[in-house]
Design a protein around this ligand. Structure first.
Ligand SMILES: [Zn+2]
Length: 274
């Protein structure tokens, strides 16, 4: 940790100020300390979308994977702090996300999981579209992320996050869209089915407990998230664990566990889409 001592005070501040990463509160100022890379980062997903596979249980299906946040956000606060309309309020265009106490950032976690999930879905015949092409860029805004799912006519949209809650809380939860009348009426019910399928597969596949600090039985419904309010396609968020909790962070920092996360998400999507 020696090299990161300068950042530890900043990280402590981040811990104190951290908010749920899905964007209830604008993110705090980014630390300038070097960031410890994950033990064995995957190359991440390849950019863009894939051709629709022939055959397979998900043939003809389109899945949009939204890896939360982005690696360039912290250096472009003016762009990502800009407020955008999410129908029920105004939210920052995007946020920097959270990180573990040892410095593994959420944007890298979500990018890595997306990179593992994409080929699993493609192997089952799905067309996969990502909401960002790499982990070095800025944004896109939550409004644009929702638009990508809509334009792709996604059969399912999964937004991947790691939470930045109080360190005493642990476990995962799936966030489903609440009704925003006149806007997302058509997706509330299918999104709930998607959420239930993903909750079950994630629980079984990762053995992660339901969140102790949010939602109930691993499920939460919200009407303040742009990605859900603006989606015209079935969509859920998953907070894969609490990156501020030492036990969850240790698991989420391991490539083998991220592979289990991806496998579990693929199983949940398959169950929903079949
Ligand atoms: Zn997040």
């Amino acid at each position: 940790m020696g090299a990161f001592l300068a950042g530890s005070a900043v990280l402590a501040t981040l811990a104190a100020l951290s908010a749920a990463c899905a964007g209830a509160v604008p993110a705090v100022r980014e630390a300038k300390a070097p960031v410890a890379p994950p033990a064995a980062a995957s190359a991440g997903p390849s950019a863009g979308s894939s051709p629709t596979g022939r055959g397979g249980p998900l043939a003809g299906k389109v899945v949009v994977i939204d890896p939360g946040h982005n690696g360039g956000n912290a250096a472009h606060r003016e762009e990502i702090d800009r407020l955008v309309d999410v129908i029920t309020g105004r939210k920052p265009c995007n946020t920097i996300g959270t990180r573990t106490r040892s410095g593994y950032p959420e944007h890298a976690f979500t990018w890595d999981v997306a990179g593992r999930l994409k080929p699993l879905l493609e192997a089952m015949g799905a067309k996969v579209v990502l909401t960002r092409p790499d982990d070095k860029g800025v944004g896109p805004c939550i409004t644009e992320r929702a638009a990508i799912g809509n334009e792709a006519r996604a059969d399912a949209v999964v937004s991947i996050h790691g939470d930045g809650a109080a360190e005493s809380g642990h476990g995962f939860h799936v966030i489903m869209p609440g009704l925003v009348a006149g806007h997302n009426d058509a997706i509330v019910r299918p999104s709930r089915r998607l959420g239930l399928a993903i909750r079950k597969a994630y629980r079984v596949g990762t053995r992660m407990p339901y969140a102790t600090y949010a939602g109930r039985d691993g499920l939460q419904t919200r009407t303040d998230l742009g990605g859900l309010n603006l989606s015209k396609r079935p969509a859920v968020f998953i907070e894969c664990g609490n990156m501020r909790n030492s036990r969850d962070a240790a698991r989420m920092s391991k490539p083998a566990f991220r592979e289990r996360i991806a496998t579990s998400l693929a199983a949940g999507l398959r169950q929903y889409l079949r």
